[in-house]
Design a protein around this ligand. Structure first.
Ligand SMILES: *[C@@H]1O[C@H](CO)[C@@H](O)[C@H](O)[C@H]1NC(C)=O
Ligand SMILES: *[C@@H]1O[C@H](CO)[C@@H](O)[C@H](O)[C@H]1NC(C)=O
Length: 332
């Protein structure tokens, strides 16, 4: 069995399975991941890592060629990378290279930028391995939010509510932050801020403290922005900006609640990371102008609401256990 992948952007555009299923004759294949040994064994004379693959073309051996079992001769060619040499040799010998996306064999994980010093390294793979990241960390019903016939829930006036991240995401981000452990002290003095002063302090950890800021901004752009555009018709801001991306920890003995305040945002994202009535009691968000509270929060669901003027709000007291929420002040 021969499995090959094409690296060129031009080709990768045409291989998106859902767009254009088919079989293509291509000039170059960049990687060979698995080759049945019997194909190569005969006449294999590999000398260095960089090898040139040539096909012994022997017209008297037509039968073997028709059976598509050419014998390979590997010789050195320092002027070409092995993939170029391989493709060129095949072309020069009249062997066509084909690519098909009619079958799904799986995919490769991009390990080039993988780091291992976090508790949950996979959380950080949002750009390099987005497909796997989505599967693990995006809520299974996320895409329904974007269906034209889905009406996004609105528990309070202009406060919407939608599923966005998986339970695994919530568990992993909590564990990542508890492992890091440097929760702020909840006082007004905050050296992490430009002015050193926080008017409405919480016990929290900012994403830039755990190296997750860029990943989170990418998340906002990829997964929050499309829902925002659906909810607030006519407001476009791409990419969304956010200087404040943080997880708040509410605890009866530390900080159980948060006094009424506005956010420094155009809109705020507030994702519930754990379960009311199980992991904690009390809690919730109350919008004072409407005397409306969202209390039965759902894990992995985000609230989205305007930050200023109309949505003056408070964090309701947690009476038992620990409550975690993930907050972003988008477009400050
Ligand atoms: C997704 O939606 C289906 C249908 O409403 C529901 O049964 C399922 O529990 C939802 N998945 C999650 C993880 O909430
Ligand atoms: C606000 O709502 C609560 C509970 O829904 C209700 O008991 C209270 O009377 C309301 N307050 C005002 C000022 O309407």
């Amino acid at each position: 069995m021969l499995i090959m992948a094409v690296r060129s952007a031009i080709y990768s555009q045409s291989i998106k399975r859902e767009e254009k299923p088919g079989v293509w004759n291509v000039p170059h294949i960049s990687d060979v991941y698995l080759i049945q040994g019997s194909l190569l064994r005969q006449g294999l004379t590999a000398k260095q890592n960089e090898v040139n693959v040539q096909i012994k073309t022997d017209s008297s051996d037509e039968k073997q060629r028709r059976n598509y079992y050419p014998s390979f001769v590997l010789t050195e060619n320092p002027s070409l990378d092995s993939d170029m040499a391989f493709s060129q040799s095949l072309r020069d010998n009249g062997v066509f290279l084909f690519l098909t996306n009619l079958f799904e064999f799986g995919h490769l994980v991009n390990s080039e930028s993988f780091v291992t010093h976090h508790k949950h390294n996979d959380l950080y793979e949002i750009y390099s391995n987005q497909m796997d990241w989505e599967k693990r960390y995006i809520h299974e019903n996320y895409s329904k939010n974007l269906d034209t016939d889905t009406v996004i829930e609105q528990p309070c006036p202009d406060v919407h509510w939608f599923p966005v991240v998986s339970e695994t995401f919530c568990k992993h981000i909590i564990e990542e932050l508890e492992n890091f452990g440097k929760w702020s002290d909840g006082s007004n003095s905050d050296p992490r801020l430009a002015g050193g002063y926080e008017n409405v302090p919480t016990r929290d950890i900012h994403m830039n403290q755990v190296g997750f800021e860029q990943q989170w901004l990418y998340f906002l752009r990829e997964y929050i922005r499309p829902v925002q555009e659906k909810i607030y018709t006519g407001y476009f801001h791409d990419p969304p900006r956010s200087l404040m991306n943080f997880v708040v920890r509410y605890h009866p003995n530390e900080q159980p609640s948060l006094r009424p305040h506005h956010d420094s945002s155009t809109y705020t994202i507030n994702i519930a990371l754990n379960r009311p009535k199980i992991d904690y009691e009390g809690g919730g968000c109350r919008f004072i102008r409407y005397n409306c509270s969202v209390i039965d929060l759902r894990v992995g669901w985000s609230l989205i609401h305007p930050g200023r003027l109309t949505h003056y709000h408070e964090g309701l007291p947690v009476t038992k256990g620990v409550r975690y929420i993930f907050i972003s002040f988008v477009d400050p």
